[in-house]
Design a protein around this ligand. Structure first.
Ligand SMILES: O=C(O)CCC(=O)C(=O)O
Ligand SMILES: [Fe+2]
Length: 349
């Protein structure tokens, strides 16, 4: 199933019927002009579900959709290279480098993940001679990465600024003030390739359930696979890729910075079509490393420490991960099985 304008309300996956959760659509051009009704809608989305579509079809956003297409071409070239070339680059730091398939826990019990990933950080691409894999390092490639990172930064900063305004924050208490462009952060562009996986037999499959470490995540994918579990929902459901739109979600850091009033929605990735290669691009806008907040365990810590602790939990073996405190992987979000799907769907509007 491809990109769509009118998604079905449920789809069959792995022998059962799985809901497709509707999400609100926020218009990027309207946010740029801080239109009050759009700010109100955005704030509602972040406080109730933590997920929404951002419509980029206007003249201001369309260029980011072009960047997405260029990035996809570069990703194909990178991922099709021999594993030795990709491993030679390796994982330089948690937010820069290559992770092969199976580096993390998978989406189903006793499996490893089913994706490989290359990350290029915003700080790295701005260096005079950025450390980039040799198979995507010509000047055209660097321009493509630069455009993708800068465009994603503009979109996520616009959203951040609209949220500050929507909450009536002024001066140094505005969220932008802890996301200044020239301060070190772990903000990064993650490009992912999911291999085809058959749910019953695959040893490598999908992307385990989690909340994001980021403040805001901007996700581009033309393919199905993303599932969310909105607050109060009984089960995971798909979200449909939508024409001209990217998906945005609130991450742990913004949940913490908002005094835990925004939702960092639980999500995961499964192969809807087991024969398909899936490609997705995620930009993680993160707070400056030194930013302090109170986390889901009541600890007053830096954004950098939260990032590192959660990253190492994500990459730890499954047995280790089981021992990790629950507040870490899900950022303090609760998996609520009490309500019916019908209620959850109403809440998801
Ligand atoms: O690949 C996707 O669609 C989502 C990936 C994701 O959730 C993540 O990288 O945090
Ligand atoms: Fe995620």
């Amino acid at each position: 199933m491809g990109i769509t304008t009118t998604p079905p309300t449920s789809v069959r996956w792995n022998g059962t019927s799985v809901p497709v959760y509707p999400m609100q659509t926020v218009d990027f051009s309207s946010l740029l002009s801080q239109e009050p009704a759009e700010l109100e809608k955005l704030l509602q989305c972040c406080q109730t579900e933590g997920f929404f579509y951002i419509d980029l079809q206007g003249i201001d956003g369309r260029r980011m959709l072009d960047d997405q297409q260029e990035t996809l071409k570069l990703m194909h070239r990178f991922f099709e290279s021999p594993l030795e070339v990709k491993n030679e680059y390796g994982l330089v730091s948690p937010h820069l480098g290559y992770e092969p398939v199976g580096s993390r826990t998978g989406v189903l019990e006793n499996t490893k993940d089913g994706y490989e990933m290359i990350k290029v950080s915003r700080d790295e691409i701005q260096r005079d001679s950025p450390h980039i894999p040799r198979n995507i390092k010509n000047s055209g490639d660097i321009k493509v990465l630069e455009n993708a990172i800068a465009g994603s930064n503009i979109i996520t900063k616009t959203i951040l600024s609209a949220l500050s305004t929507g909450l009536g924050l002024a001066g140094s208490s505005r969220f932008e003030n802890t996301h200044r462009n020239h301060r070190p952060s772990t903000s990064t562009l993650a490009m992912m390739h999911y291999i085809p996986s058959e749910p019953v037999t695959a040893k490598n499959i999908g992307h385990q359930k989690h909340t994001d470490i980021s403040s805001l995540t901007l996700l581009f994918s033309e393919q199905w696979g993303l599932q969310i579990r909105p607050p109060g929902a009984k089960e995971f459901g798909f979200v449909a890729p939508k024409v001209g739109c990217a998906i945005v979600n609130v991450g742990d850091s913004l949940r913490f910075a908002s005094g835990h009033t925004m939702q960092s929605c639980i999500h995961r990735v499964v192969p809807l079509d087991p024969n398909e290669h899936r490609y997705s691009i995620a930009y993680f806008l993160r707070a400056e490393d030194e930013t302090m907040f109170t986390d889901s365990d009541g600890r007053y810590i830096t954004a950098g420490q939260w990032h590192d602790e959660k990253f190492y939990t994500f990459t730890a073996p499954e047995e280790e991960q089981m021992k990790a405190p629950a507040y870490l992987l899900l950022g303090g979000m609760k998996e609520d099985a009490e309500v019916t799907v019908k209620q959850a769907e109403v809440e998801a509007y």
